[in-house]
Each structure stands twice: as structure tokens, then as C-alpha cells.
Design a protein around this ligand. Structure first.
Ligand code: LCS
Length: 385
């Protein structure tokens, strides 16, 4: 991918689309088609053999999807990207591509519940092992990386505890050992953090969240080097088949145009909520990037994130039932999983997004029964009296 000279706010609108190639349509068209016609049998054969560029069948590529992929590659500072039917389709396709039986994956101490579930599947069915690490010092990482580690998998901020991982620290060790570093960048979007510019190899998104921004699509994205993305495209995407629909790709292209504007507003609103919660006698602890007891967190936040983001977690004084009663008393805020939508959402990780993780592991990750996660929306934060 050519280095772009445009600013992020301009790239989200223009990059990867040339109206001259599409009947001068201002907005990228929706190619809602399953297949593409060949002029003759020889052309079809050439396209299948990779001797001629062009579309074949939408599981192998589609023009609307391609525009989205090209735009995401530039926004994430990568060489190429692939879009998927869900964030989990992206996670599983990337991890399948990086591992084989006998390998080991080193993960941040805290990952999304279904990613945890997929790691269990890899372990039980294919003997691909994993372990969790705080990843907060060279010594620890040196000790925890095994001879059979073929992938380092990170969420930062971690869902839902908002703890941060120092990407440059991990990269400095992973590079020496030639181990690819995968970062799930769902919580930040490329507006707040671009892990590839810190030396990471692959970025994953649940595009369901901030990339879409409107709560009406389930989708995933993977970004990385051209060779790796091509390999995933020709193996774990093509043959497992978790492709995005052209319509969903079109909706993501629409959502992306307002990403910077939305993210600024999410961040501003989250800052107000943090101020409010910090002063509440009902709140036991607050989890927000750069706002923890750990001074290192602020250093990491400033190094790799533009702003702390739109997600706020907090634990409430009392029990699980106290937390549930609090949720039930909310009027405007909706009780729902997912995040990054216009609507402010609240969920209870211990019984919802992270319920599949056994309690003992969940507690080690910092997910107490009284923890609540708010995805701060775009509403006005002040009341109109
Ligand atoms: N990675 C992260 C960090 C996530 O938060 C999620 C979904 C995924 C991957 C999977 O993406 P999906 O397949 O759903 O597009 N996280 C959710 C959450 O926190 N609430 O509901 C879903």
C-alpha cells in the first residue's frame, strides 16, 4: 500500500475509492452480486489460475468489499486488509493461519469471552496451547514466551478491565524471536491507536463496534503485511468461508466516514462519566485507560493512544445483585452487549460477555461479579432543564 499523505479525517472518506472507475458515483456502489461473468471460457480459466486480475465469485472477492479492505489497510497503517462476517471470523482465521498442532499462543491477561472460547477449542481439538501474561516487563515476557510460541495475541485496552499492554515492549522481544504480534484493536479503532505503527504485525477488529458505529452490522477486519493477508485470503477465509456480505461492507464504508467525529464525541462523553463516577460513593473502583492505580498505565496510554476512548468500567460496592439492581434502575442507558454504538450501553461481563470464562480465570483477569462496563454513546451528557 502506497504511503498516504492525507490526514486520517480525509482518508476515512476518500481512500481506496475512485469514482471514475464506478460510473462517477459519488458514493461507493453496492455490488450485491454472488458471482461475476467471464467474457469467455479462457478468461474464466485465466482468472482462476491467477493469470488475469478480476473478480470471480464474491466469496473470493467483491468490489464493494475491496474498497473497504483498501481503506482499512491505509487507516491501520498496514499493507493489506481482509473483511470478515464477524470479529470472531477474523480472530479464528488469523489464529488458524498462525498456528498448527503443538504450537503455543501467548495472550494478554484478559481477552474477549468468545476469543477465550476459541482458544479452548484450539487446545481441546488441535492441541494448540495458550497461556496468559501480564506482559508488563521484559523479564516476564522472556520467561513466558516458549520455544513453541508462534503468536502473541493482545487486547489493549483489555475487554472489559481496560488494562493496557505496552506494545513497543512486547514488540522488542517478539521481533528478536521472530514471533508475530497480533493486536485486537476493537476498543480503540484506528483513530485512537494504530498498533502496526508501533511494530505489531497484525491488527484485528470486531468491526461490529466503532468501525460500524451504528449497531446494525456484525463484521470483522484483519490488517497486516500483503503476504500474510494473501495467505489468509487463500486459505482460512476462502476455504472456511466467513466472508462479509457486500451490503454490510457498504454500511461499514458509510459508518467509517464519521469515525473521527464519533470517536471525539464518545471520548468527551466518557470523560464526563468518569468524572461523575469518580465522585460517587457507590463506586468501589474505576477502570479507564490512564486512570488506574498503576502509574505505568498513563505512560503507556500517552505513548500509544491518542485519547483514552469511549469505554468505562467500574465496580460497584456490594454484590452481583447490587450491580444487577443498578442496571435495572437505569432509564435511558440500554442493557445490551456490544459497544461503540450511538446509544449508551451497559453490560455485566461476569454473566454476559465473559460468562464462558471459568470464574477462577475470570477473577485472575480482574472481572469481579460487581464489575459493569459502559459503552458511552453519543447522547448529550448534560440534561436540558
Ligand atoms: N474482539 C473484541 C475485543 C470484542 O469485544 C469482540 C466482541 C470480538 C472480538 C468479536 O467480535 P464479533 O464477532 O462480535 O464482531 N465483543 C463484544 C462485546 O464486548 N460485547 O458484545 C460483543
Amino acid at each position: 500500500m502506497k504511503k498516504s499523505h492525507l490526514r486520517f479525517e480525509t482518508e476515512v472518506i476518500h481512500t481506496g475509492y475512485n469514482s471514475g472507475e464506478h460510473q462517477d458515483s459519488l458514493v461507493s456502489p453496492l455490488y450485491q452480486t454472488s458471482t461475476f461473468t467471464f467474457a469467455n471460457a479462457e478468461q474464466g480459466a485465466k482468472r482462476f489460475a491467477g493469470q488475469e486480475e478480476g473478480f470471480i465469485y464474491s466469496r473470493l472477492g467483491n468490489p464493494t468489499v475491496k474498497i473497504l479492505e483498501n481503506r482499512m489497510a491505509v487507516l491501520e497503517k498496514g499493507e493489506a486488509a481482509l473483511a470478515f462476517a464477524s470479529g470472531m471470523a477474523a480472530v479464528s482465521a488469523v489464529l488458524f493461519a498462525l498456528t498448527k498442532t503443538g504450537d503455543h499462543i501467548l495472550c494478554s491477561r484478559g481477552i474477549y469471552g468468545c476469543t477465550f472460547g476459541f482458544l479452548q477449542l484450539l487446545k481441546n481439538k488441535y492441541e494448540i496451547d495458550h497461556s496468559f501474561s501480564l506482559m508488563n516487563s521484559m523479564e516476564l515476557l522472556e520467561k513466558e514466551i516458549r520455544t513453541n510460541t508462534t503468536c502473541i495475541y493482545i487486547e489493549t485496552p483489555i475487554n472489559p478491565t481496560m488494562k493496557l499492554v505496552d506494545l513497543e515492549l512486547v514488540v522488542s522481544i517478539a521481533n528478536k524471536r521472530g514471533i508475530p504480534v497480533v493486536v485486537d484493536n476493537t476498543f480503540c479503532s484506528p483513530y485512537l491507536q494504530t498498533p502496526i505503527s508501533h511494530g505489531c504485525d497484525i491488527v484485528i477488529h470486531s468491526a461490529t463496534k466503532y468501525i460500524c458505529g451504528h449497531g446494525d452490522v456484525i463484521a470483522g477486519i484483519a490488517v497486516g503485511k500483503k503476504d500474510f493477508i494473501e495467505k489468509v485470503s487463500k486459505t482460512t477465509l476462502k476455504d472456511i468461508g466467513g466472508i462479509i456480505s457486500p451490503f454490510d461492507a457498504w454500511l461499514l464504508l458509510r459508518g467509517l466516514k464519521t469515525l473521527p467525529v464519533r470517536m471525539d464525541r464518545h471520548c468527551e462523553n466518557a470523560g464526563k462519566i468518569v468524572e461523575f463516577l469518580r465522585n460517587s460513593p457507590k463506586v468501589l473502583s474505576l477502570y479507564f485507560p490512564g486512570d488506574s492505580d498503576d502509574p505505568e498505565d498513563m505512560v503507556i496510554m500517552k505513548k500509544q493512544m491518542k485519547k483514552p476512548g469511549g469505554l468505562v468500567s467500574f465496580s460497584i460496592k456490594g454484590t452481583k445483585e447490587t450491580a444487577q439492581a443498578f442496571m435495572n434502575h437505569l432509564k435511558l442507558i440500554k442493557i445490551a452487549v456490544s459497544l461503540g454504538d450511538a446509544e449508551t450501553l451497559i453490560q455485566h461481563p461476569a454473566t454476559m460477555t465473559h460468562a464462558v470464562i471459568p470464574r477462577e480465570d475470570r477473577i485472575k483477569m480482574g472481572i469481579e461479579d460487581t464489575l459493569l462496563r459502559l459503552s458511552v454513546g453519543l447522547e448529550a451528557w448534560e440534561r436540558h432543564y
